[in-house]
Design a binder for this molecule. Structure first.
Ligand code: A3P
Length: 393
């Protein structure tokens, strides 16, 4: 064990990517050594050929700083890395190092993570639910709202484990989580997971039962929001939305590979997730509705999480200056209201009607397919809804 550890440490300093293999291999070895069970020694390979780095979700500081753009992810996703061996159930594995010493199985460890014993003290646990997307969908609002629930604790910053810090290992991942008391659910949100190639498989290997929450917003609104963010954060200094979305106005052909538009093909990204998780483990939230009716969406989310429905209309108050609902700080004794930061609710760029029409036409079949996949219609292509959405600005 000592040699393996020394070797790993030396390797870590040389090549960052190799650390991922090394630390996880070390971890897998320790699991097997502590368990002595042929079934448990069965490790599965996780192909991370397209493991992206540095791409990010939004303008929120993640665990390691400001987020990048999905464009970075695509660039990096072509990078060849290696085949990373993960234990049969990775998340269990971290805990099973300890659990193994107690002569218990990996499945005991994961079920500990899900159902804590009433006697256990507050501790950091792996999430049982992740808000996996989408960037600019309303993910911060959702996380902040659900954090009002007494049975929920959330990782405040975006963690970016599955798209950026995977090589830091599972202990690191758990360390990013807040302390949770018995009966509390831990939730993290990293919107870039939704478009990260490796994320579905990596998460499923860690916990096949993970609850996956996706806030999807009208892809045209989302793209405009994304673009507005790039300008506001200084990541983009050139180019107009119109010209980037539809490079040749004569043809009206949409550049679907431009990252703000690529993200909006939700059905295409969802295809990848469905190879690893069944549909009942997903909860889709209409981001446009979350803006207008947060309580309605929060009730559905609490039902999905199987927790008492506590957050309702009483928790929200519309703030005219902000133009959004804000949260009442219930039980504090003070009439305190907390709104999201100034980076949420930005002015969107103006788009010509012809580009808007091309975008609508482009996304319509994708939206339709998404609705049929999730069994719910979000009505983004209903003209009345679109007008309302535009009038908001
Ligand atoms: P805009 O800035 O385009 O309006 P994310 O948190 O995923 O980055 O999403 C940001 C979007 O959340 C904002 O996009 C905003 O429309 C939306 N949102 C939803 N509910 C909100 C709320 N109560 N307060 C502020 N923004 C909210």
């Amino acid at each position: 064990m000592r040699e393996v550890r020394t070797f790993c440490w030396r390797f870590r300093r040389r090549i960052l990517a190799a650390v991922a293999i090394c630390s996880i291999a070390y971890f897998a070895i320790s699991v097997n050594m502590t368990k002595h069970s042929p079934a448990d020694s069965d490790v599965q390979g996780l192909n991370v050929d397209s493991f992206p780095r540095g791409g990010g979700a939004g303008d929120e500081a993640g665990a390691g700083g400001m987020d990048g753009e999905a464009g970075d992810q695509r660039k990096d996703s072509s990078r060849k890395i290696h085949r990373i061996p993960l234990p049969e159930e990775g998340m269990k594995g971290q805990k099973s190092q300890k659990v193994g010493e107690q002569g218990r199985s990996n499945s005991d460890a994961v079920s500990d993570n899900h159902q804590q014993s009433e006697t256990s003290k507050p501790s950091k646990k792996f999430p049982q639910a992740i808000i996996i997307g989408v960037k600019k969908g309303g993910t911060r609002a959702l996380l902040d709202f659900i954090s009002l629930h007494p049975n929920v604790v959330v990782a405040k910053k975006e963690v970016h484990f599955f798209d950026r810090y995977f090589e830091n290992g599972l202990d690191w991942y758990r360390e990013q989580m807040p302390l949770s008391a018995p009966g509390q659910i831990t939730i993290e949100k990293t919107p870039s997971y939704f478009i990260t190639r490796i994320a579905p498989e990596a998460i499923s290997q860690i916990d096949k039962k993970m609850k996956l929450i996706v806030v999807v917003r009208d892809p045209v609104d989302r793209a405009l929001s994304d673009f507005a963010q790039s300008i506001a954060t200084g990541r983009r200094t050139e180019g107009q939305f119109d010209g980037l979305a539809v490079p040749d106005p004569k043809t009206g052909v949409v550049n679907g590979s431009w990252y703000p538009l690529d993200i909006g093909m939700y059905d295409v990204h969802l295809d990848r997730w469905l190879q690893h998780f069944p549909m009942p483990q997903f909860h889709f939230i209409n981001g446009n509705d979350l803006i207008k009716h947060p309580a309605r969406q929060l009730v559905k989310l609490q039902q999905f999480l199987n927790i008492d429905v506590i957050i309702n209309e009483d928790y929200f108050v519309f703030n005219k200056t902000k133009g959004f609902y804000c949260m009442k700080q219930m039980g504090t004794g003070a009439d305190e209201v907390k709104c999201l930061g100034h980076n949420k609710g930005r002015e969107h760029p103006r788009v010509s009607p012809s580009v808007l029409q091309s975008l609508r036409k482009f996304f319509k079949p994708h939206n339709k397919r998404l609705y049929s996949m999730i069994g719910e219609n979000f009505h983004w292509d209903d003209s009345e809804d679109q007008t309302k959405s535009r009038r908001r600005r």
